[in-house]
Write a protein that binds this ligand. Structure first.
Ligand code: THG
Length: 385
């Protein structure tokens, strides 16, 4: 069967790096936040090996920024997340689940506090700007909400740090995990952060003026040449091995943070009354119905997952595999699955219904593989607070 063709129109937005990524060999794209994102250059596996062994540059302009500004900006951001932001200060980014009034996941952005009254939510694939506008209008908050001209590039891999230092200066080596700084490269306005959707270490360069897209891409590629930099993209293989979640795949409005392992970011007893607090307290008291776990699917290498694969326990519906991929380092089919808790507790044998037939499923601890730890300026885990 041939692959379906993707129709492109004006509403399918393009990144300021689009032409550069085509020139550098992007072969496949997906749509994310109503925008095109390159997925593959050489092949998913070749791109993955460059990421885990070297350094790769990703066009992740689809990680759009929702800018919240004005006198009530901090209040609106706090209303949107169960994470306690009382210690929030400019320059220190945070991973924050956003939930609705039922405790359902609206998005899982990175929060960048630019100033006491100005924030970026660097969003996953859902319409956060509209949710924020509705909340602000409904609550009569004095905020300005917009999607500014900001386009992130991610530099990821164990050799990312020397490339970032060659480009921006030695100061980037001291940047702590999730921390960021505003800077410029000979007039190209940037925010540089130590972050990214992999556990191989790296940085994100938020371009603050799309007119410099070509120039920034080529400058990073030139700086990375001595380290054999390659074009790349968020890797399904690496992110599943590392246990990173994908909004829209592993969670959506019908899942709550406790089900998907994000309970550690839910501070339900903080004084601030965020949206969804009562619902999340009820869920905490009653316990979750389902739980996201790591799974190994036995047998031959499986095809890519295009929609959830049903899970069965003794022929009874038990949940679904939400993401799956063949791991070249583990030489196994690995995945994430949202499973009924009572079946997990009963340790019922699970089977996945895949396009290649039924496959026995066993549970595996997350992450499947440990993070790269030597490139994280202050520690990959110490920056969590
Ligand atoms: N960077 C930026 N924007 C983004 C992403 C990103 N927007 C979309 C998407 N990714 C948002 N989702 C995530 C999910 C996980 C992480 C970051 C963004 C992540 N999590 C670490 C973990 O789970 O171990 C660390 C979380 C923590 O602080 O404890 O990095 O990648 N700009």
């Amino acid at each position: 069967m041939t692959r379906p063709l993707l129709g492109i129109a004006h509403r399918t937005r393009k990144s300021p790096f689009f032409d550069a990524t085509r020139r550098w060999g992007a072969q496949a794209f997906t749509v994310y936040n109503h925008m095109l994102m390159p997925l593959t250059y050489e092949s998913p596996e070749a791109d993955y090996w460059h990421l885990v062994k070297g350094v790769t540059l990703w066009d992740v302009a689809v990680e759009r920024q929702v800018e919240v500004g004005g006198p009530d900006a901090f209040e609106l951001v706090r209303l949107m997340t169960p994470r306690d932001l009382s210690g929030c200060r400019p320059g220190a980014g945070k991973y924050i689940p956003l939930v609705d009034e039922h405790g359902g996941m609206v998005n899982d952005p990175v929060l960048l506090p630019l100033a006491a009254d100005r924030f970026w939510l660097s969003i996953a694939d859902s319409d956060v700007l509209l949710w924020a506008k509705g909340l602000a209008a409904g609550r009569g908050l004095s905020v300005t909400l917009r999607e500014p001209d900001v386009s992130p590039l991610a530099l990821q891999g164990p050799r990312a740090e020397p490339v970032a230092a060659a480009l921006c200066g030695e100061w980037v080596r001291a940047l702590k995990y999730f921390h960021f700084r505003e800077t410029d490269l000979d007039g190209i306005p940037l925010v540089v952060a130590r972050s990214g959707w992999s556990k191989q270490g790296g940085f994100e360069f938020y371009l603050r003026d799309g007119r410099f897209g070509e120039e920034l891409w080529e400058r990073i590629m030139a700086a990375g040449r001595p380290w054999d930099i390659r074009p790349g993209a968020p890797s399904t293989i690496e992110r599943i091995e590392s246990g990173l979640l994908s909004y829209g795949n592993d969670m959506n409005l019908d899942t709550n943070p406790f089900e998907v392992g994000l309970g550690k970011y839910c501070h339900l007893d903080q004084p601030f009354d965020f949206i969804g607090r009562a619902a999340l307290r009820r869920i905490r008291a009653e316990g979750v119905r389902r739980q996201l776990i790591g799974v190994v699917l036995s047998g031959e290498r499986l095809p890519g997952l295009e929609s959830h694969w049903p899970l069965l326990a003794d022929g009874i519906a038990a949940g679904a595999v939400t993401s799956a991929v063949y791991s070249p380092r583990l030489r196994k089919n690995i995945g994430l699955a949202l499973v009924e808790r009572r079946l997990l507790e009963a340790e019922s044998p699970l089977t996945a219904v895949t396009p290649a037939g039924e496959r026995p499923v066993s549970r595996h601890a997350l992450p499947f593989l440990p993070p790269q730890t030597d490139q994280t300026g202050g520690g990959q885990t110490s920056g969590r607070a």
